[in-house]
Design a protein around this ligand. Sequence first.
Ligand SMILES: Nc1ncnc2c1ncn2[C@@H]1O[C@H](COP(=O)(O)OP(=O)(O)OP(=O)(O)O)[C@@H](O)[C@H]1O
Ligand SMILES: [Mg+2]
Length: 711
Amino acid sequence: MLDGKNLVLAVPTSSGKTLVSEICMLKAILERKVKAVYLVPLKSLAREKYDEFRKYEKLGILTAMSVGDYDSPGAKLSDADILVLTTERADSLICHKPEWIDDIGVVVVDEVHLVNDPSRGPTLEMVIAKITQMLPNIQLIALSATIPNAEDIAAWLKAELVRSSWRPVPLSEGVLFESKIRFSNGSSRPIRHARGEELADLVCDTLDENGQVLVFVSSRRSAVSVANRTVPIVRPYISRSSMETISQASGRIAGGPSAPEASKVLAKMMQAGVAFHHAGLTGPERTTVEDCFKGNLLKVIVATPTLAAGINLPARRVVIRDYRRYEEERGNQPIPVLEYKQMAGRAGRPKYDQYGEAVLVARTEEEYDFLMDHYVSSEPEEIRSKLASESAIRFHLLSSIAGEMTHNREEIDRLMDGTFFSYQFNRWEIDHYISSALDFLEEGRLVGRSKNDELYATGLGERAAKLYIDPETAILFRDALSEVEAFHPLGMLHLICSTPDQPLTHASQAETEDCEVFIGDHEGEFIVDISEQMDDYEEYPRFLAQVKTARMLNDWISERTERSITEDYDVGMGDVHRYIEAADWLIHAASEVARVTGRSQLIPSLHALQVRVKNGVLPELLELVGLRGVGRVRGRMLFNHGLRTLSDLYRAPVEEIARVPAIGLTIAESIKHQLGFETSDAGDKVPATSERDDQSASAQTLLEEFEDEDS
Ligand SMILES: Nc1ncnc2c1ncn2[C@@H]1O[C@H](COP(=O)(O)OP(=O)(O)OP(=O)(O)O)[C@@H](O)[C@H]1O
Ligand SMILES: [Mg+2]
């Protein structure tokens, strides 16, 4: 390790793999004056590592973290010695080619088994291939607890393999069946069956012994509903003083009347000692939940697999409630053993517990046998490259050409030689994907050829790569926008929903007719020619999903409440915001495409639509929501009270503004302050971002008032 060799560590969960990588990073930074990159798959994990590495600040070693939005090259990253990055962020940074990239001397790939993940694995493989091609002399350290074919990973990375089965804290894995957890080592533990649900029994049993529980479920919707059901069970275990401390912490995430429903529900649940955790949480929500759990204030977290890998939490018991997950076209499928082992590995972490337990729940004897054989007593599956995918290859070829990493087929082939795919299979098996991706990019005019036959990215190609959008999205935008002079918002939202980058909500059989009526009523508003899709039997369900999602977004910008949208469209709480965030980003991307394709005249209306989508407002509120601390709820209140423009607000006395429901003095003063008036200090206290972040007491009281009115 200290000789700078490449290493693969295949060692159990919680055994301290991070520490090994830290030693390598420190040695390289101190002796060779290079930078170290620490790659992680999850935002929560990035934050945990970032917090941990900051202890080296006293040695003058700086750590920076970047996980967020894709488009801008990080500024402070240039000063840092250790960069903690999510895989996608690293990929996008490589495309921006910051000058410090040559300073990288060590790359740690945490949770390297992610290569096996169909949606994110290809990016990880390509990031590693790109980095090793650019910087052939770096030291690579790959970490994972769950790779049976670690030899393959080691051979791919030209690394030495270190394998061990030592785990510092014992972990027992078992299955609960007929009020007894039976562990793989033959021992068992009775669980008092006092409630209707096994999960409740397991939670009480752990809480009675002063432990904390982490429950894994398969969807965001279940995370919220299971957490909600757990509230009455956990509440009696929370002391009054804990409740007050949590209340202060959770107040920070639920402030402001325009806060998403899910944030309000989360804050309320937390006061009973329970939280849900999924990828839809905002950064502050995630950290608050994790910190409260680490501080033993929260007793139970119900999470999707977003907490499954790498994280250190004080969970003495992990309950894997769902071992099946819904997959499009395949229905409910058992999750991979690898994923189960990762979840199980969150129990019993050295910092927090002396032992850990991972429990699955069986209802029948057959199920018990299946869970025991298939999960508890099984080895994880072998890792296999998932790069053989048309869309992945297309995406990464464009970025390698735009990043001037490859200029011709030979260089592309050499880059692809560095992937796990080429190691595991034969590169020629993806040659046809490469050829067809190149054809696609050239035909779509994202890539061109110079006189000496060198490949280069066109203006649009370069933009698409930097925006980190699917090449197909860029082409769709360019073609659609080249034809329209003006657009109806619904048409634009539908265009957004027609791209592969927008998540969609599925339209059920029962919704089909309603959807068709809607299409008939709005036929003239679509930008995309829908006649073909309507006749394509295979594409029809996707087409309906696109229309349904566009319609939902259209309701959002027509100021329908989040709660009624959630009910009408049968989507999970918090999901609405997932669609909104993606659409917000894609409208931004569309306006960038308009800019580089000579359609700048569309930018103002695209920009207005983006603000409407971000805030969920009708056009008449656009001016008001430009103010800090004013979102859809306060904007509407002001408007309905006759304060419709910034000049109305400019003229109105602060007391009058403060009297408007949901406003209050703090916000009123902030508004005046923003309009250039000298006010007391209060005006500065409103956070810079949005109404969602507001914490003022007046807003809190008025929130309840407003909620009644809302419902
Ligand atoms: N030598 C050590 N002595 C005491 N505690 C340690 C030691 N090494 C690591 N730890 C602690 O053990 C915990 C687990 O370490 P770490 O997060 O590196 O596990 P890991 O091997 O990466 O597991 P996973 O596969 O789950 O990611 C951390 O809280 C870490 O601080
Ligand atoms: Mg780890």
